[in-house]
Design a protein around this ligand. Sequence first.
Ligand code: UDP
Length: 235
Amino acid sequence: MKYKRILLKLSGEALMGDRQYGIDPKRLAEYADEIKQIHAKGVQIAIVIGGGNIFRGVAGASNGMDRVQGDYMGMLATVINGMALQGALEDAGLPTRLQTALKIEAIAEPYIKRRAVRHLEKGRIVIFGAGTGNPYFTTDTAAVLRGVEVNADVILKGTRVDGIYTADPEKDPTAVKYDTLTFNDVLKKGLNVMDTTAFTLSQENELPIIVFDMNKEGNLARVCDGEVVGTTVNV
Ligand code: UDP
């Protein structure tokens, strides 16, 4: 495998499957299968999961809710998703640990970098919940932050689109996909890969990002094997 230690970022919405809200157990089981394939090949796997299928702080604020309160609710939503994914991975026979940026000791370990690294070395899949633990951030930023902290080789952003395009492929049929881009290309062309905070953190630390279609069977293993799947952003 090209990548020995990965940080996989999954959005909360990805867990909805065909639903409008919440978690689709079938989708969870499919993701667990994909993750099992790379685990069997010895890849060390850290996962950050979003919460958009349940709650987003910005959405709450636009309805008059206090933003900080809403953001903590969003962070808790990521813990719910993390627990669901942990359950699905365990059903698939995989060893896991959930670590959260907000302490919820009855269900998860607190985030401790050294401990997370030790779990990874022992082949345990580590899910990071509650984002960065701070309001006004996103789980994309949490993914890059944790990726840098645990020294991951790459951030794998699993989405329902198969990479970065010249325009939104769901709206513009003439849009063309990029195989590779530099961080500077992304900025110059004004492309949307991650929010600015996440993107800058990745660029500053020279941590490559691969955007790929997580819903295509076998894709995660292909990406880890170094096949040109999706779009790679690098220095
Ligand atoms: N959130 C936060 N700080 C973080 C990460 C997440 O406040 O470090 C909150 C924020 O309200 C966000 C919500 O959690 O809207 C869910 O995360 P996100 O929107 O990144 O999830 P995704 O879009 O990946 O499903």
